[in-house]
Design a protein around this ligand. Structure first.
Ligand code: FAD
Ligand code: MLT
Ligand code: ZN
Length: 506
């Protein structure tokens, strides 16, 4: 087991990270074209245009919290691939204020975009044209916590990491965790039905959200903010808002089921020869680790190159074609460690794993997770990132990466694959120095056809947003989309909520 205890410092400097992101933002801000220019086929809907009298009315409704200057950050998405031209950002603090704003916008037929932490990856959180941004930034209060049942109620704009810290002092945790936790909001997580690294253990937000308070486009407040684990009275309306990406209503408060924080966490980072071996290790880990297995992630060698070259991180083990990150968590450290060590010995002696490292130290655990979680950031250093997030049956999982690599050849900088193997969710990313229509035409619709052919989903966790809405039929039947459009019309008859997103044109 000596090889497992070997450790290399992973994450050399935080300062470097700050500087490189800032430099990147400055360059791209100069170059980024407007969404309306990049996608000329998308036409502005028949909406009102914000006038001075509208701004005065907003100022009356939320004094001092109407922004009309320096709106770049609200107009541009995290990937720097979409840029809207909104002239107004509204920052309500309460449900009543959201209601008053939406009632007014409905009457004036002004289109709006709900925005949380603006970490969305499909262009859903920013305007396409001049939609008004309604930001939940100031709706950041914890409303209540029942320590016994682990039920948290909070406003939608609470930042995920802040809630996690708050819960930690009560020995509780939050059932969703993702690389964007320092910026994304709980409301945004629910609106996107975010997956992340804990889904394997706790399941999706469809199961963990106990209740929601939402405001419809008309300003009507829909109170489904239950804190009950069981409630079978009528239709479960809150589920419609989970994953609706801001198109059915604005989520203003969330009630969440929060599990006990695990007392003992271990992380192993392993190197292996082939993707088939990754699958064999996954099978063994489910079998041998059972209830303590809490995450199973993979990255390929091209992803590791991104971490090393673009983020200046070090790998704790030597080079391999594939890497696996396994996390265990439970209530009994000795028992969990024994189980993990026995498992590691088995996979080493059977030849599935060539080398690896294992740790229970929090800083080292964090460093290993950073290697996986910062890949999205690392890819941006290449220039433009074509980001795909698909569900596939595990036997076909990595074939898509190989097929795209062969198809794109030297047209692109790289094609990388990483993701949540444990959930059947592949993150396939292609990069090139800048956006290229030719590259895009080679990727889409080929990639979506490929996924549909394998009966996968074209969006496992990021949603459809603006960029993927026209491909919904690759994953949903015509009759399902017709029903979705009917639901949209019922909830938002003037279609003011996040237009041009999720559903194909009406
Ligand atoms: P935003 O980006 O602001 O908005 C996302 C969508 O939700 C938009 O359509 C917006 O209109 C809508 N919305 C936001 N708030 C509300 C609200 N209160 N009411 C109604 N609609 C609203 N996603 C995953 O699923 N798994 C991951 O592992 C993951 N990792 C990520 C790692 C990084 C580094 C980054 C940058 C992103 C990652 N994401 C991941 C994507 C993103 O973080 C999630 O989709 C997240 O849930 C978005 O939250 P947000 O508050 O930033 O929402
Ligand atoms: C992740 O799992 O890292 C996120 O979903 C972001 C990405 O796909 O790059
Ligand atoms: Zn992910």
């Amino acid at each position: 087991m000596n090889t497992f205890t070997r450790w290399c410092a992973l994450n050399r400097t935080k300062l470097h990270r700050t500087i490189s992101i800032r430099q990147f933002q400055t360059t791209t801000r100069r170059l980024l074209e407007l969404t309306s220019v990049r996608y000329p086929n998308v036409k502005r809907g028949n909406y009102g245009t914000v006038q001075d009298r509208d701004v005065s009315e907003f100022e009356r409704l939320i004094p001092g919290r109407v922004l009309t200057d320096s709106l770049d950050g609200y107009n541009t998405d995290w990937l720097k691939t979409c840029r809207g031209a909104s002239q107004v950002v509204l920052r309500p603090k309460s449900t009543e204020e959201v209601s008053a704003i939406l009632k007014y916008c409905s009457e004036r037929k002004l289109a709006v975009v709900p925005q949380g932490g603006n970490t969305g990856l499909v262009g859903g959180s920013v305007p396409v044209f001049d939609e008004i941004v309604i930001s939940t930034q100031l709706m950041n209060k914890i409303i209540s916590l029942d320590e016994i049942s682990g039920t948290l109620v909070c406003q939608a704009g609470c930042v995920l990491a802040t809630v996690e810290d708050y819960l930690s002092s009560y020995n509780l945790t939050i059932p969703v965790d993702l690389g964007a936790k320092g910026s994304c909001h709980i409301g945004g997580n629910v609106a996107t039905n975010a997956g992340g690294i804990r889904l394997l253990r706790y399941g999706s937000l469809h199961g963990n959200v106990l209740g929601l308070e939402t405001v419809l486009a008309s300003g009507e407040v829909v109170d489904c903010l239950s804190t009950l684990r069981k409630d079978n009275t009528g239709y479960d309306l809150k589920q419609l808002f989970v994953g609706s990406e801001g198109t059915l209503g604005i989520i203003t408060a969330v009630s969440l089921n929060c599990p006990q924080k695990s007392q003992a966490v271990s992380v192993a980072f392993l190197g292996c020869k082939s993707f088939q071996t990754v699958l064999d290790i996954f099978k063994e880990s489910r079998h041998q680790l059972g209830e303590v297995l809490s995450a199973f992630e993979f990255l390929d060698s091209q992803s590791m190159t991104v971490a090393k070259e673009n983020l200046k991180m070090n790998s704790p083990i030597e080079d391999f074609p594939f890497y696996v990150l396994i996390e265990t968590s439970g209530s009994n450290g000795k028992h969990d460690e024994e189980k993990l060590n026995q498992f590691l010995e088995n996979v080493m002696s059977s030849g599935l794993v060539q080398d690896g490292t294992v740790t229970t130290e929090p800083t080292k655990i964090q460093n290993i997770w950073s290697l996986r979680e910062r890949l999205a950031e690392g890819l941006l250093h290449d220039g433009y990132c074509y980001k795909y997030d698909v569900s596939l049956p595990l036997p076909s999982f990595y074939n898509l990466v190989e097929a795209m690599r062969e198809r794109l050849g030297t047209m692109v900088t790289r094609v990388v694959g990483y993701g949540h193997v444990g959930d059947g969710n592949l993150h396939l990313n292609v990069t090139s120095p800048e956006y290229s229509k030719e590259v895009m035409a080679k990727i889409e619709p080929y990639l979506y056809d490929w996924v549909a052919d394998k009966k996968g989903s074209i969006s496992a966790e990021h949603g459809l947003g603006f960029k993927k809405k026209d491909f919904i039929y690759h994953s949903k039947s015509k009759s399902a989309v017709v029903l979705m459009k009917e639901i949209k019309k019922t909830f938002d008859p003037n279609m003011i909520l996040n237009p041009y997103k999720v559903l194909p044109d009406f």
